[in-house]
Write a protein that binds this ligand. Structure first.
Ligand code: CTP
Ligand code: ZN
Length: 167
């Protein structure tokens, strides 16, 4: 198990009974993942966070464990934009019943808000955001309506600023 360690000073994070473990999140970005999923902690459900912990490959990663929640396709696509190598583990009765890697889609729909304030998608209600994924590393998406390019920083900015509106 990835959290197991020979270093006795390190706290082992417990397994969850039912829910989702988002593993192999890019180190230091788990708080962003929580923001995108709209998890504040005030929901009252158990959420465990590990930031900058060692993975089996001896590199650093983040882990988010959310009890009693299954992620939908849109949420998984959002995570793929921020953390393209994350793994989603669905847990039922303490067992991993489904494991898959997030995948950067060829097109992104419904989020984020276009960074161009004059874009037609920002005037429509409900907004219909739609992008072509032009490149994955460095990440670049292009608005289908106004052709504005957005990089990772733009995407994070718009996701965090307007998350409530784009859901
Ligand atoms: N996990 C958990 N609760 C469970 C089962 C698994 O929190 N009831 C967590 C594990 O701690 C791990 C992730 O879910 O972070 C995936 O579990 P598993 O597939 O057993 O671990 P690995 O084989 O190490 O996963 P991978 O090969 O994807 O790194
Ligand atoms: Zn646009």
């Amino acid at each position: 198990m990835s959290e197991k360690t020979t270093d006795k000073s390190e706290l082992k994070v417990s397994k969850i009974k039912n829910g989702t473990v988002i593993d192999h999140i890019a180190a230091g970005t788990a708080l962003l993942v929580l923001e995108m999923l709209g998890i504040t902690g005030r929901e009252g459900t158990k959420v465990t966070l590990s930031l900058n912990v060692q993975s089996k490959k001896k590199t650093k990663k983040d882990i988010v464990k959310v009890e009693n929640r299954i992620l939908d396709k849109k949420e998984i696509n959002q995570i793929s934009l921020i953390s393209p190598r994350a793994t989603i583990n669905e847990i039922k009765n303490f067992t991993v019943v489904n494991k898959f890697k997030v995948e950067l889609p060829e097109e992104v729909h419904g989020f984020p808000k276009c960074i161009n304030p004059k874009c037609i998608t920002n005037a429509r209600e409900p907004p219909k955001h739609s992008y072509f994924v032009k490149s994955s590393d460095p990440l670049k998406i292009r608005c289908k309506y106004c052709n504005t390019n957005m990089n990772k920083q733009d995407i994070v900015k718009m996701l965090l600023k307007y998350q409530g509106l784009t859901k």
